[in-house]
Design a protein around this ligand. Structure first.
Ligand code: ATP
Ligand code: MG
Length: 574
């Protein structure tokens, strides 16, 4: 491709709304364009890279026996009502009606659609196992679309669904997808980690997230320094710290003026924060109770995901309570709420508090706390479980060694769904004895457009993107320094022709621009190999430079072509 003919507009300025490198660089390089918040289009260069990622995904899915199909983005409400998710999915779902007031949504995911296909078209165990997938546009009206392709409202996902006879079959299908994902992200040049994950709105009980390691990532990972435990912090189990044995002392109410935080009351009463109980208050919707009080030790943070899962709620059904409004029904007092005296709300207590003796907690009375609060004697939980958020240095739940923390971009996730959807929607097959059996399912997603952003996030410098060859829009850029010089022009054209003939994807920068502009654009675009044809063209000498390295080398033009061909082919077959 000749750059003079290519539809491409690079930007010198950093767009105001872009905060992170991938967003800034993809916009500046003219690879993506924003339409409205969270909605982007792909321009020629960006679309080429996107399709390369799609192709890698496709090859690895096919290698595991996946079969590609393409389903519609528009989905009828009825299917979602059957699975029970029409009401739980909440405001993230883009909903619409047709001219006859029939409800539809723009698919945020496709479990219902694939289950429907399979229940209608699979009859016998002979047709199993089955893995169907698609690469398709998804819609989620995200609360905070941001970071460009990273969290958008319209995005490209590869979603696969596996159907097996039984759980052993699912284990195999799941492992196949896990292995395929490992290959996909390796081939995209990502440094990543597969970690245990929460199953969220998908349901099911076993899941891994594939996280591209990055400071800008929204997934927080806890991993062990000694064993191979790795999990999102949402998911990571926490070990209860053993409390020292103590005799239970009599409950007392004490005056603690103005001590609204754990910090304040611990200082005021000269207590270790570990001797205090933190209360967190929530209002819930669509339940037979209105409020929830969660209790953790004062030095701990509450893990919202564990709380939501314990209550069986969807994320959008719970929010921090207005304590003044909550006071009337429950007796809570802002800044002074504790488990004793609180009533008419769901009490969820962290398991660590059960053995903790003589604790300090809010007295549900302005400016007062209670001391010597003991579980069992003074209060009880409706639910008692691990509600803690893991933090750096906490003991690993598997081996006890201190855990470390990292951040990552969730580029893929795999789930064992089991029979959640097949049961709800009646997806059965007949076994050898002609008996109906319920299908056992898995689902597997890759954020294709998010992966593109993750690659840029891990591969860039202050001048621009540094594409790995596998997903680069073009492999080589030939920078023609002076287009008015016949010798330079001829040599550039010769190299261009030879590389094309060898199957290398090559750009010829034949624009009437100053060399500085051309070099800057080549760096910004991140094309992995640059061949510069300049003053030494008369001697057939060119400059050969890798985008990932700072030094260029002078090379005979023929050698440069050979070198580029070898690099590209090694990558392709390597
Ligand atoms: P997140 O927790 O980031 O909102 P999710 O867990 O809801 O994502 P899944 O339902 O697991 O997402 O979707 C599969 C994949 O699709 C994710 O692993 C991610 O890579 C991608 N993805 C999800 N939401 C978005 C989005 N808003 N923009 C871009 N990619 C997304
Ligand atoms: Mg996910």
């Amino acid at each position: 491709m000749r750059l003079s003919k290519m539809h491409m507009k690079t930007l010198r300025e950093v767009p105001a709304e872009a905060e992170i490198p991938s967003h800034i660089l993809l916009l500046r390089a003219g690879m993506i364009r924003k339409l409205v918040s969270g909605v982007y289009g792909f321009m020629p260069m960006g679309y080429r890279s996107l399709r390369k990622i799609e192709q890698i995904v496709r090859e690895e899915m096919d290698a595991k026996g996946g079969q590609e199909i393409l389903m519609s983005a528009i989905q009828p409400a009825e299917l979602w009502q059957e699975s029970g998710r029409w009401s739980v999915f909440g405001p993230e779902m883009f909903r619409l009606q047709d001219r006859n007031a029939r409800d539809f949504c723009l698919g945020p995911t496709h479990e219902e659609i694939f289950t429907d296909i399979v229940r209608n078209e699979v009859d016998s165990y002979r047709q199993l196992p089955l893995n169907l997938y698609q690469i398709q546009t998804k819609y989620r009206d995200e609360k905070r679309p941001r970071f460009g392709l990273m969290r958008s409202r319209e995005f490209i996902m590869k979603d696969a669904y596996s159907f097996d006879r039984d759980w052993e079959g699912l284990d195999k299908s799941y492992q196949d997808m896990y292995d395929a994902y490992t290959k996909i992200f390796e081939r995209c040049g990502l440094t990543f980690r597969a970690v245990e994950a929460d199953t969220g709105a998908m349901g099911g009980n076993n899941s891994h997230e594939f996280c591209a390691l990055s400071e800008v990532g929204e997934s927080e990972i806890a991993y062990c320094s000694q064993c191979d435990m790795a999990a999102t912090t949402e998911r990571a189990a926490c070990v209860d710290e053993k409390a020292p044995a103590e005799a239970e002392l009599p409950l007392e109410t004490v005056y603690t003026p103005g001590t609204k935080t754990i910090e304040d009351v611990a200082n005021f009463l000269k207590l270790d924060k570990k001797k205090t109980i933190k209360a967190l208050l929530f209002a819930v919707s669509d339940q037979d109770y209105d409020y929830v009080a969660a209790f953790v030790r004062g030095d701990r943070e509450l893990n919202m995901t564990k709380l939501i899962n314990a209550l069986g709620l969807a994320e959008h059904q719970i929010e921090f309570a207005d304590e003044t409004a909550m006071h009337e029904q429950t007796g809570c007092v802002g800044g002074f709420t504790g488990p004793v005296g609180l009533h008419d709300c769901k009490m969820v207590v962290d398991s660590e508090l059960v053995e903790a003796k003589n604790m300090c907690a809010g007295a549900c009375k302005e400016d007062h706390h209670m001391i010597n609060v003991n579980y069992g004697r003074d209060y009880k939980g409706d639910l008692v479980l691990d509600l803690k958020l893991i933090k750096e240095g906490d003991p690993c739940p598997v081996c006890g060694a201190p855990v470390k923390m990292a951040r990552g971009i969730e580029v893929g996730q795999v789930f064992k769904l089991g029979t959640k959807y097949s049961q709800a929607m009646g997806a059965y097959y007949k076994d050898e004895n002609m008996q109906d059996q319920v299908l056992v399912m898995g689902c597997y997603g890759v954020g294709v457009s998010r992966t593109l952003a993750a690659v840029v996030e891990q591969h860039h410098d202050d001048k621009g993107i540094i594409w790995p060859i596998s997903v680069a829009p073009y492999h080589v850029i030939i920078t023609l320094v002076n287009g008015n010089d016949e010798g330079q022009k001829d040599l550039a054209e010769e190299i261009y022709g030879e590389l094309q003939a060898a199957g290398v994807e090559v750009l010829l920068d034949d624009r009437k621009e100053r060399p500085g502009v051309k070099f800057n654009d080549a760096d910004l675009l991140g094309i992995p190999i640059r061949i510069t044809v300049g003053k030494k063209a008369g001697d057939r000498v060119v400059e050969f430079k890798l985008r990932s390295e700072s030094q260029s080398v002078d090379m005979n033009a023929t050698t440069a072509v050979e070198e580029a061909v070898v690099m590209v082919n090694t990558h392709r077959h390597g």
